[in-house]
Design a protein around this ligand. Structure first.
Ligand code: PLP
Length: 447
């Protein structure tokens, strides 16, 4: 990448430390500087256009350049650019959005707690779960189970939930209260001769074994994404959720559905919870909630969670938790308008219409010998790459594919060697074909 002395690229290297990059490598290679976006496309500073095959970070549901969101933000900025939701104060946009989310929730929920990122929503969920256990006089019930390859964020607690080694290494994580159970990835986790149905049952058995080994009275909650996203797009095997949920019920363990990626249409229903018939006690939402035009996230809790927390805050005199930006009026106004667009344009129906083409083209990538597996549902998917020349350096093949895609005008995301596809929900049939045409052609040049 050419870097003129005063270019944005050069100044980026000079002044920014980036997420999810090898900082030393980035000093050499620099970054792609994106300048603008429209629909499913973004453009870099040189004027080159790309299909944003990841909707940014799994999030820009309504696409780039949506004027209604710009206008909603501007209207709210002019009226009341900021107010908070602490200590008996509130404002219209946060109230309306909370009401809307309770209305939309796929299972009965009673309260919404606003945060600014998926990580904060999950972090808050953990704190409230601990607070609740104390409120219930069960101070020993503090352990939390999530899954290997799950992704729940990067704060100290939510990074602990995340079941990916690179989120723990050298950060001294995970926290000791957080335990990880088997990832539901059939191809890599199955035992010899185990059918998919047997594997699904074993995942539930592994969970139960862990609960029993730790002591069921010590386990407070189980966190899971309906479909794993950043861990490589892992679609659970048939029967997985039917087997797992009764285990949670049996031991009175709260279920937190992390809907940060699945929420608002991605899997072909408004929530992944509906796609898999889940019964969570808490849900975390972000990303497509505002199409990431503003940072905002939400934690939904049902009555069994809310009531003891309310009692405990009364006993102490305050719920000692809150972010300056919780329920930010501009973010809330943008989220409300975004949800209106999702509903008015029936983007969930649109996902169902487009998904067959998307999934067919995704599966077609397996014609390339580099692709050992494709997996997906709705408008999310991944193609796992493998080649003997790269077997000692996990991630190197993914990086090569990423570079080839980018060269040819497609932005994907390599999760080690799994290439993810998660475009804006507004993508058309023709654009899905464009996306996979580029992916197919690019893969031919990677080895
Ligand atoms: N949960 C899931 C399922 C996610 O995919 C992510 C981010 O990718 C998070 C939580 C963390 O969200 P954030 O990056 O906004 O902190």
């Amino acid at each position: 990448m050419a870097q003129l002395p005063n270019s944005l690229e050069a100044r980026d290297v000079a002044f920014q430390l980036h997420s999810y990059a090898d900082a030393r490598k980035q000093e050499q290679t620099g970054s792609l500087v994106i300048e603008k976006g429209e629909g499913i496309y973004v453009e870099d500073v040189s004027g080159k256009r790309y299909i944003e095959g990841m909707a940014g970070l799994w999030s820009v549901a309504v696409g780039f350049g949506e004027k209604r969101l710009v206008e909603a933000a501007a209207r709210q900025m002019e009226k009341l650019p900021y107010y908070h939701t602490f200590t008996f104060k509130t404002h219209g946009p946060s109230i309306e959005l909370a009401e809307k989310l309770i209305e939309m929730a796929p299972v009965p929920m009673s309260k919404v707690y606003f945060t600014n990122s998926g990580s904060e929503a999950n972090d808050t969920a953990i704190k409230l779960i601990w607070y609740r256990s104390n409120a219930l006089g069960q101070p020993e019930r503090k352990k939390i189970i999530s899954r290997m390859r799950g992704y729940h964020g990067v704060t100290v607690a939510s990074a602990s939930l995340t079941g990916l080694p690179n989120n723990h290494k050298s950060f001294d994580l995970p926290l000791p209260q957080i335990l990880h159970t088997t990832s539901p990835h059939y191809r890599t986790m199955k035992k010899d001769g185990e059918s998919e149905a047997e594997f699904a049952r074993r995942c539930a058995q592994d969970l139960e074994d862990l609960i029993l080994a730790e002591g069921p009275e010590t386990i407070a909650a189980f966190f899971a994404e309906p479909v794993m996203g950043a861990g490589g797009v892992v679609v659970p095997p048939d029967g997985y959720w039917q087997a797992v949920q009764p285990v949670l019920k049996k031991y009175g363990i709260l279920f937190v559905a992390d809907e940060v990626i699945c929420g608002f249409g991605r899997t072909g229903n408004m929530f992944g919870t509906e796609t898999y018939n889940l019964q969570p006690d808490m849900m975390t939402l972000s990303k497509a909630l505002s199409s990431s035009y503003q940072p905002i996230s939400a934690l939904l809790i049902n009555d069994t969670v809310y009531e003891p927390i309310a009692d405990e805050s009364h006993r102490i005199g305050v719920l000692g938790h809150g972010y300056t930006g919780s329920g930010h009026p501009v973010a809330a106004a943008v989220a409300l308008e975004n949800l209106k667009i999702i509903e008015e344009r029936d983007l969930v129906g649109h996902v169902r219409e487009i998904a067959p083409t998307f999934q067919k083209r995704l599966a077609g990538l397996a014609d390339n010998p580099l692709v050992v597996e494709t997996r997906g549902i709705g408008l999310i998917g991944a193609a796992e790459l493998q080649h003997p020349a790269h077997s000692d350096t996990p991630g190197s093949l993914g990086a090569a594919a990423n570079a080839a895609f980018q060269e040819n005008g497609l932005i994907s995301r390599a999760m080690l060697d799994a290439m993810a596809f998660c475009p804006p929900l507004i993508i058309t049939d023709g654009q899905v074909n464009d996306l996979f045409d580029i992916a197919e052609e690019s893969l031919k040049k990677v080895a």
